[in-house]
Design a protein around this ligand. Structure first.
Ligand code: C2E
Ligand code: MG
Ligand code: MG
Ligand code: MG
Length: 276
């Protein structure tokens, strides 16, 4: 009996592993055609000055809606990174985000940077800087209205990464470290590069209401952001309680409490309402 059970368990395991491999292959094939099939869109989430309650930025978040149903970025982004598809898809994201922000800027709806998430592989691609330059000149978006979000993973090659960071910042583009605190970089590494914004991973906030210890930790990370003269951004603000806890501390915030990431037309209405 034990032997049978073991066998069943083994089969169950291999089956689900197989299914995962098959799904991954299917997603990979579909992702190869996704740009041409126009299956990507961007959603937009505001970044809020928590003291003034004003929109001071936007984050563009990629959405994929293939005919077989939408797939979350958490599932498809890693596949695009592994396969290298992220380089072309990332260029599409950059162009789309810059086009939209130029449009909103021209309408007088908002003069604030649009943040684009850039994977390590895309960031370290030898053509990345040239692509950014091309997209900015094609879309005519002023460079101070573009922000690039990278994670600590980029810092694995700290010398090359800081080289690219410096070039982008010289162009006038803002640099943000995303999901800070859960990744690779050490404090001294963060101290050795110049960045504009430090976005603290949402897990720190989500723990904070639960116990005092993590509240001290969040405070220490915020303090660290100040030390390196970066704007500190808190992501994942979901409740009024969290928003008021974070108010009057000179922070920027982002989260469902203010707005979900919205499709283009809804985001435009959101901006118009803020304006009024
Ligand atoms: P991220 O850059 O850290 O983006 C924040 C994620 O948190 C987004 O998930 C957003 O929808 C979600 N979020 C926003 N407010 C709240 C909140 O109050 N509570 C909670 N629980 N979540 C909130 P999303 O859109 O599923 O994206 C997941 C990740 O996928 C992103 O994390 C980013 O790393 C990656 N990603 C998304 N778009 C792109 C892209 O265009 N290029 C690349 N390379 N990566 C992308
Ligand atoms: Mg981000
Ligand atoms: Mg993040
Ligand atoms: Mg994240």
């Amino acid at each position: 009996l034990a032997k049978d059970m073991g066998k069943n368990n083994y089969q169950f395991f291999t089956e689900s592993l197989n299914e995962r491999v098959i799904r991954k292959g299917q997603l990979e094939n579909a992702l190869r055609r996704a740009i041409d099939q126009q299956e990507f869109t961007l959603h937009y989430q505001p970044k809020i000055d928590l003291d003034l309650n004003r929109v001071v930025g936007i984050e563009a978040l990629l959405r994929w809606n293939p005919i077989f149903g939408s797939v979350s970025p958490a599932e498809f982004i890693p596949i695009t990174e592994e396969t290298g598809l992220i380089v072309d898809i990332g260029e599409w994201v950059l162009r789309e985000a810059c086009t939209k922000n130029k449009y909103w800027y021209d309408l007088g709806l908002l003069e604030a940077p649009i943040a684009v998430n850039v994977s390590a592989r895309q960031f370290m691609d030898p053509h990345f800087i040239r692509i950014v330059q091309t997209v900015l000149s094609e879309t005519k978006l002023p460079s101070h209205l573009l922000e690039i979000e990278i994670t600590e993973r980029v810092m694995i090659n700290v010398n090359e990464a800081s080289d690219i960071i410096n070039q982008l910042r010289e162009m006038g583009i803002q640099i943000t470290i995303d999901d800070f605190g859960i990744g690779y970089s050490s404090l001294s590494m963060i101290n050795s590069i110049d960045i504009d914004n430090l976005k603290i991973d949402q897990s720190f906030l989500h723990d904070v209401m639960k116990n005092k210890k993590s509240s001290g930790l969040l405070g220490a990370i915020i303090q660290m952001g100040r030390e390196i003269e970066a704007n500190v951004v808190i992501e994942g603000i979901e409740t009024e309680e969290q928003a008021s806890f974070l108010a009057a501390k000179g922070l920027i915030g982002q989260g469902y409490h203010f707005s979900y990431p919205l499709p283009e037309e809804k985001f435009e209405k959101y901006l118009a309402k803020q304006e009024a």
